[in-house]
Design a protein around this ligand. Structure first.
Ligand code: PFF
Length: 447
């Protein structure tokens, strides 16, 4: 245990955790949910929930992780107080590991599509028309190969470990992501039609605030902060004792919500610019287009109509999406790999190879039964499992773990924490409010 790896700096941790948080959920999910849920009304609900509900749950995971310095299963067992809670800890831990792996199995498929469209912009520049057609046509072989390539990239980073893999690559890729995002926003906002998109995005339609909107915003906040499945717990376990967890957690929440908001300034105006070029941007039921059609049909209309520069814009856009996916997927893979490497005699490399292969098989099964499994796995993991697991993490911290131990852990790196507003509010908050609110919203969504 003495040689357990750590992030080499605060910044390294924030980059890695923000890298996990910022993904397709921010750049694709958040803007499109906003557009179909009353514009700025959704943004408002999202920000409130991100800070009042997701941030406390994130803190629960970071604190458990740093205290236990172990994978999610061992960590939850470690803070249990008797045989029943030990069993519960094992069950929840393993459930989290399975959910993280299943999320990766569908995420790798979508990320693979980003890679194919990225490559297509290059093949088109080179004039390779046939290759471009193959890359953009929905087919089993294309899906399988692109998913496999993406999984290999993810595995290559995870095999290198915490500082040399996760931290190094997150620190390299996150600034690139920000630059690409900003460049694309400036470009799109200069196009005709962008102002209409901005209006749709930023003007609140208060009449749309409903229980359904709150549930969607909560699900989005949990998915976006990678909560419930042990990702943030394992990243917390690589943090040193000198760091203030409440501050780091707040930084990650702020960056994640900020990037989601900024991504909205790109995606929604881009949809309305595409409309100028003749793209059909509404679904049959009159909603703004949101699913894969948005990314793979509407936006390409925009890129195609821009002439030569459109290829570069497409390249930048799909590079942005690929980077965002990769820094998230490594955090998903780290959950099962850390468990296997810590609990068996396998080396990190062997654990990565084994688990990466198993997830590759999951993804292949999804691809073979795409119509029945793809949407099902997404709902099972993100709509149902993530919020429920988030509740259990809060219950562990609020009810099972002794308050004094909790205080001791959180005092590391923040000696005067007892005097802060955070400590006055947070323990009661994770104990009562978070579970009740999350469960209420959850039941709403199931009904
Ligand atoms: N937060 C990622 C996104 O917004 O795309 C998705 C995610 C990452 C979910 C890691 C779960 C996870 F464990």
């Amino acid at each position: 245990m003495a040689s357990r790896e750590q992030f080499s700096s605060n910044t390294g941790f924030v980059m890695a955790a923000a890298g996990s948080a910022i993904g397709l959920g921010n750049i694709w999910g958040f803007p499109t949910q906003t557009a179909s849920n009353g514009g700025a009304a959704f943004v408002l609900a999202y920000f409130v929930l991100a800070f009042c509900l997701a941030y406390p749950a994130l803190m629960a995971e970071l604190i458990i992780g740093r205290h236990a310095r172990a994978n999610v299963v061992t960590a939850l067992r470690g803070i249990s107080t008797g045989p029943a809670t030990y069993k519960l800890g094992s069950f929840v831990g393993y459930y989290g590991v399975i959910v993280a792996s299943l999320i990766l199995s569908f995420y790798a498929i979508i990320a693979g599509w980003m890679l194919t469209y990225l490559l297509e912009s290059v093949t088109t520049m080179l004039g390779w028309v046939e290759a471009g057609l193959w890359l953009t046509e929905f087919g089993f072989e294309r899906n399988l190969i692109s998913m496999a390539v993406f999984m290999l990239l993810t595995m290559a980073i995870i095999a290198k470990g915490v500082a040399g893999g996760i931290e190094k690559w997150s620190t390299r890729l996150m600034p690139m992501l920000l630059v690409l995002l900003l460049v694309l926003i400036v470009y799109v906002l200069m196009q005709e039609g962008a102002a209409e998109g901005l209006r749709v995005y930023l003007l609140p339609d208060i009449s749309q605030i409903s229980p359904g909107l709150i549930v969607s915003a909560m699900g989005q906040a949990f998915f976006s902060l990678s909560l419930g499945v042990g990702t943030m717990l394992i990243y917390g376990s690589y943090l040193g004792e000198k760091e203030s967890l409440p501050k780091l957690g707040a930084a990650v929440t702020l960056v994640d919500a900020g990037i989601a908001f900024i991504a909205g300034l790109l995606i929604i105006p881009a949809i309305y610019v595409a409309k100028q070029y003749g793209a059909d941007i509404f679904t049959d039921s009159g909603d703004l287009i949101a699913g894969p059609d948005l990314i793979f049909q509407v936006l390409p209309v925009l890129f195609d109509s821009m002439g030569g520069v459109g290829l570069w814009v497409a390249f930048a856009f799909f590079l942005l999406m690929s980077i965002a996916s990769l820094t998230s997927s490594i955090s998903m893979l780290e959950v099962p790999v850390s468990l296997a490497a810590e609990e068996t005699s396998a080396s990190r490399f062997q654990a990565t190879l084994l688990i990466g292969s198993v997830i590759f098989i999951f993804s292949t099964v999804i691809l073979m039964n795409f119509d029945s499994l793809f949407g099902f796995v997404i709902d099972l993991t993100t709509v149902y499992s993530q919020p429920l697991l988030g509740v259990v993490m809060c219950l562990f911290v609020g009810w099972i773990w002794h308050r004094n131990n909790l205080l001791q852990e959180i005092q590391k790196g923040h000696a005067d924490i007892e005097k802060t507003l955070f400590w006055k509010i947070w323990p009661a908050y994770v104990k009562f409010f978070c579970p009740v609110l999350i469960l209420t919203a959850f039941i709403q969504s199931v009904i």
